[in-house]
Write a protein that binds this ligand. Structure first.
Ligand code: HEC
Ligand code: HEC
Length: 206
């Protein structure tokens, strides 16, 4: 390798480390509390109503943690979100939030439970609308602020659709992104439609 190539690589490496300023070791330490409900590998725990987090995008995790902390999510009729709000409040600074989100995002996605019934074939047609934002594979789209769905447990996806439809989530005046999702949940006529679309999403794998 000549001297210039060596310099170029050093510059690239320095640039790359500058991009990921998050401290995943510190994030791992914070995650010890979270693991009590979300599981050691952030796989989720249905009995505790705590969703999977492993492999979710860090920007989405950060936004939700800030929403819980700021009272934008997890208030009023959202009784399960209310259990999460004080946990987010324990992350004192934005850096604490970014560190734990970076740690979680780097974990391998959990194996997904499919115990909520539903007809995946019927759900496929319903999912056509969702692909615009969440992607054909449920991989999410940062430019449209839409999270990954493919890493998530089915029971949690159904519950969030119910929450968006009822306004337990996404109705706060400062929840601009939740407000984009609410009309989509309203397009799902009933509980059966929600279960069907979710059965299709979990069939996509992660
Ligand atoms: C006491 C149990 C409990 C603990 C401890 C806990 N959570 Fe949660 N968390 C929940 C529940 C329950 C929900 C689901 C709320 C709902 O249904 O809307 C949740 C939801 C979330 C969400 C939203 C996920 C999504 O897809 O929208 C994130 C992010 C999250 N928790 C991160 C954390 C982090 C990080 C910690 C540790 C600092 C933590 N949680 C600690 C119970 C807990
Ligand atoms: C216009 C873009 C758009 C479309 C179309 C859309 N969504 Fe969303 N969805 C979003 C955004 C943005 C969020 C994140 C809201 C937030 O930050 O709280 C979201 C969040 C969600 C969540 C919550 C995930 C979690 O981890 O808590 C679920 C579930 C969901 N969408 C399912 C669907 C389904 C099913 C459809 C089709 C019926 C759909 N979405 C169509 C933009 C969209």
């Amino acid at each position: 390798m000549n001297r210039f190539a060596g310099l170029a690589i050093i510059t690239l490496l320095a640039g790359a480390s500058g991009l990921s300023a998050q401290d995943t070791e510190a994030g791992k330490a914070s995650f010890a509390i979270c693991a009590a409900c979300h599981g050691t590998n952030a796989e989720g725990n249905k009995a505790l109503n705590a969703p999977a987090l492993a492999g979710q995008e860090s920007w989405y995790l950060e936004r939700q943690l800030k929403n819980f902390k700021g009272g934008i999510r997890g208030t009023g009729a959202d009784v399960l979100g209310a259990q999460m709000a004080p946990m987010a409040a324990m992350l004192a600074t934005d850096a604490d939030i970014e560190n734990v989100a970076a740690f979680i995002a780097a974990l391998s996605p959990a194996s997904i439970t499919h115990d909520g019934g539903g007809d995946a074939a019927a759900g496929q047609a319903l999912y056509a609308t969702c692909t615009v934002c969440h992607g054909a594979g449920g991989e999410g789209n940062p430019e449209l602020n839409a999270p990954k769905l493919s890493i998530q447990q089915d029971w949690y996806l159904v519950r969030q659709l119910e929450n968006f439809k009822s306004g337990a989530r996404g109705a706060h005046a400062d929840d601009a992104f939740g407000a984009q999702m609410r009309p989509m949940a309203m397009m799902l006529a009933d509980a059966a439609a929600m279960k069907n679309v979710v059965a299709y999403i979990v069939s996509l794998g992660n």
